[in-house]
Design a protein around this ligand. Sequence first.
Ligand code: NAP
Length: 315
Amino acid sequence: MASKNLLVVFGATGLQGGSVINSILGDPKAAAQFSIRAVTRNPSKPSAQALTANDKDPLRSVLQGAYAVFVVTNFWEKMNADAEIQQGKKCGRHLKGTSAQLSELNVQHLAWSSLLNVTKLSGGKLDKVLHFDSKATVEEYIRQIGIPASFFLPGFYMSNIPGRMMRLNPEGNVFMIGLPIPGTSPIPLLDTAADTGKFVKGILLNREKSLGKRFFGATDYYTPEQIVDDFKSVKPASGHGAKFSELPTAVFKGILASTGTSDALQEEMLQNMQLMPQFGYFGNESLTESQSILDEPLTSWKEFVAKAPVWADLK
Ligand SMILES: NC(=O)c1ccc[n+]([C@@H]2O[C@H](COP(=O)([O-])OP(=O)(O)OC[C@H]3O[C@@H](n4cnc5c(N)ncnc54)[C@H](OP(=O)(O)O)[C@@H]3O)[C@@H](O)[C@H]2O)c1
């Protein structure tokens, strides 16, 4: 049997990295091509214990022998764009093999979890979406230093919605979703845990076709109105009367403030929302080309509603 190529997966205990591992191991064609080294800083996490690969190596040695690498950085851990940029660049420098210890590194393909530079896309109008800009800055760096790479841009997580953005309003006893954007705004939805890996698997299995390209990770663009209508159709009894409400910006920020969110982060979240109707989460790009590398269907919002654990008891 031919020897397998080593795929190193960062964020392996998280939604994106975990999905990559599940997709590769769950597909006989991909599993025959790749062995996986799952990276975590915390091997005692239950999700880390469920992983089979040796996950204790520090960055220096985890990249040894890698053919491909999936990297996701987590802005929310420190909520600091500079820290995220430094982390991403450090990983890029290691991959390039500039460090003496890693001169034998020969990574053929990096799949970097990226996002668009919103400051540039909006001509400076929306300049506070730092967790997008930081990932785009690292993407630019990776391109500059010439690592063979493809860029996976996750859409808006479907998992942000059940029980979080969309909840039962105790006053009217109806489900509500309130956002500071019109109900017709396009939101590219991704079932992150189930579908990130389908894209990244497609990227890795189609190296020549995908090098240098961006892949927009979403099932489709859904409007808030559609999100509510689909919820009602899957959960007709509980969903009866469910509504979308366009919130004034002060109300949206006030809700975030009541949960202890800083002023800076309130503005970041507001601009993150405004991005969608004003400039497009993916700059109004079509999803068709990105989806052309898939060999499995993506999860629709209706399917996600039907399987969401917090809504399991709803009829
Ligand atoms: N929510 C959305 O709608 C959305 C949309 C697009 C993009 N994103 C981006 O998705 C990213 C988070 O990815 P996720 O959802 O897969 O994360 P997640 O499920 O919250 O898990 C975070 C993962 O990142 C790893 N990690 C955190 N800090 C790390 C560090 N300093 N070094 C190495 N690994 C680190 C953790 O690993 P260990 O703790 O096991 O080491 C864990 O596996 C964020 O940057 C966010 O901006 C979110």
